[in-house]
Each structure stands twice: as C-alpha cells, then as structure tokens.
Design a binder for this molecule. Structure first.
Ligand SMILES: NC(=O)c1ccc[n+]([C@@H]2O[C@H](COP(=O)([O-])OP(=O)(O)OC[C@H]3O[C@@H](n4cnc5c(N)ncnc54)[C@H](O)[C@@H]3O)[C@@H](O)[C@H]2O)c1
Length: 343
C-alpha cells in the first residue's frame, strides 16, 4: 500500500475498484482534482501502477485530494471490505474487459464480473455506501437501432458462445444492482459505457483503436476483422470520466442505468483509413475473417449507436471530442514511447 500523505481535513472519501485501469485512472484524476481522498483498489491484472503515475503527481498538490493505491481482488471479500468500510462512495469499475480476454478465459471473466460485483454490492450494503456500477453497451448485443435508448431490447447470440458471457454477466450485474436498490434501498446508479477510448487503453485484449494506432505507428498492416463495414460511436475518456462522476452525484440517478457514448458513427474500415492518414503511416488495411481471429461461430455487432438523451437531460452530457482528437490522443500516448511496443 502506498499513500501520498495523510490529511486532517474532511473530504469525500471515494473508493474506485479497477482504479489502476484505463478508465479508472482517468476517473481518479478527475476525483482528485475535485478534492476527493481516493483509494484505488485493483488486482493489476489488466491495469498497472504506471497508469496512476499522473494521478500520484496530481495528488501531491495541496489543492487536490490524496491517493492511496491498494492491490487486491474484488473476489477477496475481507480485502474489499477494508477499502469500502470507510468510504462515502464507491465507483465499481473492476472487471474482466475485452473480447479477447473474455473468449480466452470465460470462467475467470464470469467469476470477476458476477461474483466480484455481488461482493462490491454486499460490502456497500454492509457499510451503507453509495455506489456507481459501470455496465456496458454490450448488454444491447446485436440490436442495430440507430438510437439505443436505455429501455432498448437486448439481442444476444447463443448462450453457448463465450463471446456473449461478458454481456450476460454485465446484465446480471445490473439486475443485482437493481435488486439491492429495490429490496435494501441501497443507493446504486449504473452507467452503460459505449466504446470509450483514450490514453492508457491497451489494444492487447481486442480494443480496436489502440490496436490499429499501434499497428500504424509500427508500419504493420492494420488488421480489420470481417468486412470492416461494422460501425461504432467512439467516445473520449476525457468526456466520459467526469460524466461518470456527475451521474453518481446526481440525486435522481439511484436505480437508473444511463448511457454514456460518443456522438459520431464511423465504420471500422473508415477508422483504419483515418488512422493511417493521421499517423502518416505507410501501412495498408488488411481484412481478416472473424474465423481466423476468433473461435468458429464468433459474432460481432454490425452497429451500435447510443442515445445519450437521458445523460443530456440529467447532467448536460455532450460528447464533444471528435474522432480525430481521440485518435491523436492515443497516438500521443503510444508514440511517446520508442520503439512503439507490441500490443
Ligand atoms: N473501455 C470501454 O470501452 C468500456 C465500455 C463499456 C464498459 N466498460 C467498463 O468500464 C470498466 C473499466 O474498463 P476499462 O476499459 O478501464 O478496462 P481496464 O481493463 O483498463 O480496467 C479494469 C480494471 O479492473 C482491474 N481488475 C480486473 N479484475 C479485477 C479483480 N478481480 N479485482 C480488482 N481489480 C480487477 C484490472 O486490473 C483493471 O485495472 C469495466 O467495468 C468495463 O466493463 C468499459
């Protein structure tokens, strides 16, 4: 455990599970700037202490809160209880994330994403702590609506495909959270994040933007799965992290699930070409059939477009960062290292 300093002032005490991850580290920087004393709780499986270097620096200023990093798993109930017992609020981001990881290790993913979340809910209940749970647009599955609102139907593929276990587990998390609200009056809000991108996201587990940017910077072919006509709406973590905090702080969000996504739809093929242009790379796009990248029967979503109206009306959320700015931020992050690491 490492702590930047101890404080005598009363500040909001906030625990972030998955705090050393991509989104968690950005959320923590936002919370520190707001003056929270933060505990980052993480098992460092896909996250890292290095992700919190900027947050640690920030926490040394007198005008920000303090940061304590605790290494541990949400599957370890006593360790989890210890970091939630003294908190005023918890942001639950710890999860097994990424299509590749979920397909390769379905059991570990299910245990972390279902039992882990139940443990977090139980600890929050035991200590009467407000909680925000991060869910995902994956819960909408193959619903290709041009505006997915929070009450949209879920259209999932076969339950024998491990690819859908992430969506299934996150849906169970939401159902658990709603049960704790209904039966125990626990203060829980949920956000459903859509393809959040930015510095510190790794391409290692199937995240498309850092993967393609890394390939472009290394001069390798940009591997686009399927036909590349599938579309997504990417959002910047710089828009999403503060919005997650504001959703938790809004008194009207208890028992709600709120979409947070990007505003511009782009095909993966167009994304790859834009990345080549912005990086000035000589790489070419290489289409790779899904069957070569994933087990037989793997399915992807053709389209996923968020309706952000609820977040707009609750907290004035507007995803302002353009896709070019998002790509450039990932480039800066990866290009800062020489040579560009293999993802
Ligand atoms: N990035 C996205 O586009 C996206 C989209 C939808 C939802 N989400 C959700 O946002 C949250 C954060 O995702 P991210 O993109 O920052 O991924 P990430 O992998 O960077 O963050 C997850 C963090 O959880 C930690 N973790 C994993 N298992 C743990 C365990 N058992 N105990 C403690 N810590 C554990 C990892 O080490 C990592 O630091 C996740 O809940 C994810 O499902 C992300």
């Amino acid at each position: 455990m490492s702590s930047t300093r101890s404080l005598t002032r009363t500040r909001t005490r906030t625990t972030v599970t998955g705090g050393a991850g991509f989104i968690g580290s950005h959320l923590i920087e936002h919370l520190l700037a707001e003056g929270d004393d933060v505990i980052a709780f993480d098992d460092m499986s896909t996250g890292s202490r290095a992700n919190l270097d900027d947050a640690l620096l920030l926490s040394e200023s007198d005008s920000t809160g303090s940061l304590t990093i605790v290494e541990g798993s949400i599957l370890d109930k006593p360790a989890l209880d210890a970091v939630i017992a003294g908190a005023d609020r918890v942001f639950h981001l710890a999860a097994a994330v990424g299509v590749r990881l979920i397909v390769d290790e379905p059991l570990a993913g299910l245990r972390t994403n279902i039992h882990g979340t139940e443990n977090v809910l139980d600890a929050c209940l035991a200590h009467d702590v407000a909680l925000l749970v991060t869910s995902t647009s994956e819960v909408y599955g193959k619903n290709t609506s041009d505006s997915l609102s929070e009450d949209a139907d879920r259209i999932l593929g076969s339950s024998s495909m491990s690819r859908w276990t992430y969506a299934a587990a996150k849906s169970i998390d939401e159902a658990f959270a709603n049960g704790y609200v209904t039966e125990f009056g626990l203060r829980v809000a949920i956000v459903r994040l859509f393809n959040t991108v930015g510095p510190r996201q790794t391409g290692r587990y199937g995240m498309v933007v850092p993967q393609l940017v890394g390939q472009a910077l290394r001069g390798e072919p940009l591997t686009v799965f399927g036909s590349g006509t599938q579309t997504r709406c990417f959002s910047s973590v710089r828009d999403i992290a503060p919005a997650i905090a504001r959703i938790q702080e809004h008194p009207g969000t208890v028992g709600l699930a709120v979409n947070l996504g990007g505003g511009h739809e782009i095909s993966i093929l167009d994304l790859a070409h834009r990345i080549i242009e912005l990086t000035g790379s000589t790489s070419e796009v290489q289409l790779v059939p899904y069957c070569e990248a994933y087990p037989a029967g793997f399915e992807d979503m053709e389209r996923r477009v968020p309706n952000n109206s609820l977040a707009g009306s609750l907290i004035g959320f507007e995803p302002l960062t353009s896709i070019d700015e998002i790509i450039l931020s990932v480039m800066d992050h990866l290009g800062a290292r020489a040579p560009v690491p293999s993802l």
